[in-house]
Write a protein that binds this ligand. Structure first.
Ligand SMILES: Cc1ncc(COP(=O)(O)O)c(C=O)c1O
Length: 385
């Protein structure tokens, strides 16, 4: 999609690109100031290799922040600084999984999970969510087998925007606790959008609920730094094999070729996280997603109200006469028609959610305006057929 947009622009077309979760917001001024002052510092040796898990003072800082957030007694050794959330997920998967093991995740799901599971020769098992994309705990529990090693939760969710509520996490915890399995079953929370809740709260977590929980996150979205690749992996103190996991994460961070998370980025976090102005403003995304939701609702798309992040996953109206080619799907055809009107969106089938489209509203207001017009033109034409 990235290349498609570049190509369309090179042909002189105006592109309304809602296809990528690549924030158009700039990082906060506080972060820029912190980065500049670190770069200008005369202190020597700050850009060298380090312990593969990250700078000790950064790990301690993260552990203390997370402890106060979740009421869980993390230590610095429970934190591995990673190359984004993607790096953290791959380190966790390589550490925990043997070939043939299973990762169980609710669907629709972040497309890259399919690729990451292939990296480690394991199987991705999908559990459906409810109509409004909230968690179907029974669907998850009924798919656990002796080979399931990880339940992978992504909340707030990409692509659907769903946030899993405390009650469903309580019920998942109760269900998981009842299972006796030959090997430990870990919950891995992939939470790069957790700080983008519209009401300013933190998304509910399995941390503090289920002992075998790992959290993977990054500042790609809440500090608008996806290209800088800074994230971390956190082990709950109650995790089985806690210290082995922490040591193995250090090893795999190195051996998978990440070596360590970027040094400068790690140290900027000390000056930014938890400070006033130390985050992008989620309200900006709230406004854009609400505006788009209203326009889509008026066109007959079905979509639940979202409370975090910047993704929408609307369902195509039945009333549109979309005729996909043999073996094709309506969402792919719809996205092609949309692209012909200058608007890029991703077919839901890429996320395991056929008949939907995934829209990333981390774009400027003029792009939202252009995208709404493109949707109106395409829907208008499909209704006249
Ligand atoms: C659900 C989810 N997990 C992980 C990632 C990867 O994040 P990062 O860029 O920090 O590696 C993304 C990025 O879009 C995502 O949406």
């Amino acid at each position: 999609m990235f290349n498609a947009a570049l190509e369309m622009r090179a042909r002189g077309l105006t592109v309304y690109d809602l296809s990528l979760g690549n924030p158009d917001l700039e990082p906060p001024q506080l972060w820029k100031d912190a980065a500049l002052s670190l770069l200008n510092s005369d202190e020597r040796g700050r850009h060298r290799y380090m312990n593969n898990s990250g700078f000790p003072e950064v790990r301690k800082f993260v552990a203390e922040r997370e402890a106060s957030l979740y009421g869980v007694a993390f230590e610095a050794s429970d934190v591995t600084m990673t190359v984004g959330a993607a790096g953290g997920l791959n380190v966790a998967f390589r550490t925990i999984l043997d070939p043939g093991d299973e990762i169980l995740t609710p669907t629709p799901f972040f497309t890259e999970y399919r690729n990451y599971t292939e990296n480690h020769d394991v199987k991705l098992v999908l559990a459906p969510t409810r109509e409004d994309f909230t968690l179907d705990v029974d669907a998850i529990l009924s798919r656990i087998t002796d080979r399931t090693r990880i339940v992978l939760l992504n909340s707030p969710n990409n692509p659907t925007g769903a946030v899993y509520d405390a009650a469903s996490l309580d019920s998942l915890t109760a269900g998981l606790r009842q299972r006796t399995l030959p090997r430990p079953l870990y919950v891995v929370e992939d939470a790069p959008y957790r700080n983008l809740m519209f009401d300013g709260s933190t998304a509910p977590s399995m941390l503090g609920r289920y002992p075998n929980t790992l959290l993977v996150t990054s500042h790609s979205k809440d500090l608008a730094l996806p290209g800088e690749r800074i994230g971390y992996l956190l082990v709950a103190p109650g995790c089985e094999a806690r210290s082995e996991l922490n040591r193995a994460f250090e090893y795999w961070n190195r051996v998978l070729g990440f070596v360590n998370a970027p040094a400068l980025m790690q140290r900027t976090l000390l000056a930014v996280l938890g400070q006033p102005g130390g985050s992008v403003d989620p309200q900006i995304y709230a406004r854009k997603t609400q505006r788009m939701s209203q326009a889509l609702g008026a066109l007959g798309f079905g979509l639940p109200r979202i409370h975090a992040g910047f993704f929408l996953f609307p369902k195509l109206p039945e009333s549109l006469s979309i005729t996909p080619p043999e073996g094709g799907s309506r969402d792919v055809t719809f996205c092609q028609l949309l692209a012909a009107e200058g608007c890029l969106a991703v077919p839901g089938v890429a996320f395991g959610g056929e008949d939907h489209v995934r829209l990333a509203l981390c774009v400027g207001d003029e792009t939202v305006t252009g995208a709404i017009s493109a949707f109106e033109r395409v829907c208008g034409a499909l209704r006249q057929r």
